[in-house]
Design a protein around this ligand. Structure first.
Ligand SMILES: Cc1cc2nc3c(=O)[nH]c(=O)nc-3n(C[C@H](O)[C@H](O)[C@H](O)COP(=O)(O)O)c2cc1C
Length: 171
């Protein structure tokens, strides 16, 4: 299984990134193979054909499991993550990739944001969106029982879909 974490936070090395890495570790049983902090791609995300952006897209497309993480801004995922997702062709851009929509937020008011805003985009890009979104409060996210509940519930599905027996076999 090749695992990648993608985080769209204008703040580098953020809590969202740390939380997304933890989620990927607990879902896959090991450290992610790749961690892409999208802010590192800078203005390359504002156009087409940037080499570093193209390389990040290839990394995602050749992964079997990708956690897409974002802080919650105004009830939705960030424009930075959206800019990256714009780089993938609709329908097929995430074909064969098991995708996990993940958001960190400051308020429980937006607990459905990952399911209502991020998951539909990953679906439209052709990802295997078998898992529901996960939304965690930023305070004490690592100890939040919702994280353990989610990973215990969904790890077998990830193994079946993205592990050696699933389509992760070829990635
Ligand atoms: C510009 C901005 C907008 C935000 N909007 C929301 C929001 O609508 N809902 C929410 O729950 N938290 C909101 N927050 C809080 C962040 O989502 C939350 O603190 C998140 O954990 C930040 O992640 P980070 O520590 O990785 O940067 C906002 C924070 C910022 C900076």
């Amino acid at each position: 299984m090749t695992t990648t974490v993608v985080v769209g936070n204008p703040k580098p090395e953020s809590r969202t990134l740390a939380a997304a890495v933890l989620l990927a570790e607990r879902l896959s049983g090991g450290a992610p193979d790749h961690v892409i902090d999208l802010i590192d791609l800078g203005a390359g995300l504002l156009g087409w054909g940037d080499d570093n952006v193209a390389s990040a897209v290839r990394t995602v497309q050749s992964s079997s499991l990708v956690v897409f993480g974002s802080p919650t801004y105004k009830g939705t995922y960030t424009g930075l993550l959206k800019l990256f997702l714009e780089q993938f062709p609709g329908g097929t851009g995430l074909a064969g990739v098991v995708t996990v929509p993940f958001m960190l937020g400051g308020s429980p008011d937006h607990a459905l944001a990952a399911d209502l805003t991020l998951k539909p985009v990953l679906t439209q890009l052709g990802g295997t969106c078998a898992l529901p979104g996960l939304y965690l409060l930023d305070q004490g996210y690592a100890e939040n029982p919702a994280l353990a509940t989610y990973t215990q519930r969904w790890r077998p599905t990830v193994e079946a879909l993205a592990g050696p027996a699933g389509h992760g076999a070829s990635r």
